[in-house]
Design a protein around this ligand. Sequence first.
Ligand SMILES: [Mn+2]
Length: 322
Amino acid sequence: MLIAHPRPDGDAIGSTLALRLALMRLGKYPKAACVHPIPDNLAYLPGADSFIQAVPEDPDIDLVVAIDMSDLERTGGIYRDDWRQNYPLLVIDHHETNEAFGDVNLIAPGAAATALPMINVIEALGVAVQEDIATCLLVGLLTDTRGLRTETTTASVLRTVGELIEAGGDYQTVMQRTLDSVPYQQMRGWGIALNRLQLKDAIAWTTVQVSEKEALDIEDHYDLDLGNLLSRVAEAKVIAAFTEMRDGSVKVSMRARPGYNVASIAYELGGGGHKQAAGCTLSGPLHTSVTRVLAMLQNAVAGKQQVHSEEAVAVSEFKNQA
Ligand SMILES: [Mn+2]
């Protein structure tokens, strides 16, 4: 049983499907599960249609693998408590905040994507990392590095991308169908969000209301990816996108330029993530959440030095949500 986290991203889906394909080459019958549907821009991947959203009562499994998540809650309810006694739990991940919650933990803290430790796993299984498997791993690397532009994009990452392409990974398709593929409704959602964009004291932010999501048929579990969009505002050191949910809560996505840290803010608000990309969910209402978070972001920008010194302590405590 291979589990990808809720609101799945390219790394969770790509790494899960790569392992699924490798296990199938070994004559196994892996199941892949995720509580939310696979986003359209990942639906073309081999095996994307095999994901189940709920697990049957007697799942007929002998090993559980949690992929691209730093704690058990991030299975989104797929994992059941009684599995603990019956099946070993393997964790494959790259978050610095991983709680090592498995019986065996293969964690590459700070690596660009879970796809990187996953390459080692697949090679250790004796399966060649090529063709379909290479394409799935490329998806993980290219999405988690936002098209090879994050701080985690090292020379070694670029070499690995080159090797995956040489091994038959379909770079062009991944770029066209995943990274350069925004559903029309999502882009219209961006239009609403960008129309309301504000900038003050090197902080850029915007909001999206439930009524606006309803008009565009955008479900709550569907991530508009506003954090990554706003992170490109040149004048901003930090950004925040506030998305109202149908239960009245507010999902907050934050991004920071190198040298700034939004993870500590997310953590303080019950969420977590990485220094440059973090998030949390607040109880709402929208305007209260905005006021509260903006005050914290102002402090983070003004007290950059102070944030730095506290970072080492705080990082060990973060829970991942990014
Ligand atoms: Mn990841």
